[in-house]
Design a protein around this ligand. Structure first.
Ligand SMILES: C[S@@+](CC[C@H](N)C(=O)[O-])C[C@H]1O[C@@H](n2cnc3c(N)ncnc32)[C@H](O)[C@@H]1O
Length: 292
């Protein structure tokens, strides 16, 4: 097939199929040249921890030779269902099917005051202290709605288990002219090296993880010493997270109690741990710093 190595543009290429000519928009053929060179250095094999090297449209483990395809400019570490727990496979399937209507449903929920995502983005995310050039990873970034609320001069990365949510994110970001590196991966096995980010942000996905505690440990692993992890979700999600954890369920018999106990999710040694409700919303915040 013919592709355009120069990245996004609206030129049209004629591509020869087996039986007929098809018209292809170059946006469907964004190759790895679109990735920042330093991103490849930050990535690692999530299963073996080894560095990866670029080989055409694949990232290849330097020792194992394991190959991860880059499709549409997005490296994929979890092709549909492969290597995932049953729970993760279900939510991958669910969000792959919901991606087409996700933004619209969320907008409606906000207008009906059923959720308060837009308020959290406006009142909380847009006020996060991000310095020019800071690197921020959002785990479970969905359709990428949070990035537009962050300052334009940060370096942003988004990870999600759902390919279709990421593709929608890609289209949303393109419309806004925002540059974000997207990764198709499980938040419980982040394909990035230790200490790569100044900030890790997470909003609304932890309750879907098979092991939310592991998800938070992974966030703490990839943030730099002194860097901050910020986790936001609905209070009901805090309750559901603890209810599924035999070791912690008894500490969180109600939603309010669960929010007060969220510090239990922070890994041992985490500093400056804060948890509570975000005023005027249905959301909690859990934030902590990795020790220097
Ligand atoms: C409610 S949406 C939130 C999306 C986004 N953070 C936002 O604020 O709009 C939950 C997201 O979590 C993702 N997700 C669920 N389990 C995941 C996992 N194990 N690893 C990474 N992403 C996951 C889903 O695919 C979905 O995009």
């Amino acid at each position: 097939m013919v592709g355009n190595l120069g990245g996004y543009n609206n030129n049209i290429n004629w591509v020869q199929g087996r039986r007929f000519w098809i018209l292809a928009d170059n946006r469907n053929f964004i190759y790895n040249k679109d990735m920042r060179a330093e991103t490849i250095e930050m990535l690692c094999n999530p299963y073996a921890g080894e560095p990866l090297r670029l080989d055409g449209q694949f990232l290849v483990g330097v020792s194992s030779g394991q190959r991860f395809a880059i499709r549409d400019g997005i490296p994929s570490f979890v092709p549909r269902g492969v290597g995932l727990s049953r729970r993760s496979r279900f939510w991958q399937w669910f969000y792959d099917r919901s991606a087409g209507i996700y933004d619209e449903v969320m907008d409606l929920g906000d207008r009906l005051r059923y959720t308060s995502e837009q308020t959290v983005r406006r009142e909380y995310i847009s006020r996060m202290a991000i310095n020019p050039g800071d690197k921020l990873l959002e785990t479970a970034c969905g359709t990428g709605s949070n990035f537009e609320h962050l300052p334009a001069d940060g370096l942003y990365y988004g990870l999600d288990i759902s390919w279709n949510m990421l593709r929608r994110a890609q289209r949303n970001l393109e419309k806004r002219g925002s540059r974000v590196e997207l990764l198709h991966a499980d938040g419980q096995q982040i394909p990035l090296r230790d200490g790569s980010f100044d900030h890790v942000l997470h909003m609304g996905g932890l309750q879907f993880y098979g092991d939310p505690f592991l998800g938070v440990r992974e966030m703490a692993r990839v943030v730099k010493p002194g860097g901050r992890v910020v986790i936001l979700d609905e209070a009901a999600a805090a309750y559901r997270i603890f209810k599924r954890s035999p070791a912690h369920a008894r500490h969180a018999p109600t939603k309010a109690a669960a929010v007060g106990e969220l510090g239990r999710l922070a890994p041992h040694g985490a500093q400056d741990v804060r948890c509570g409700m975000v005023a005027g919303t249905h959301f909690f915040e859990l934030t902590f710093r990795r020790p220097e």
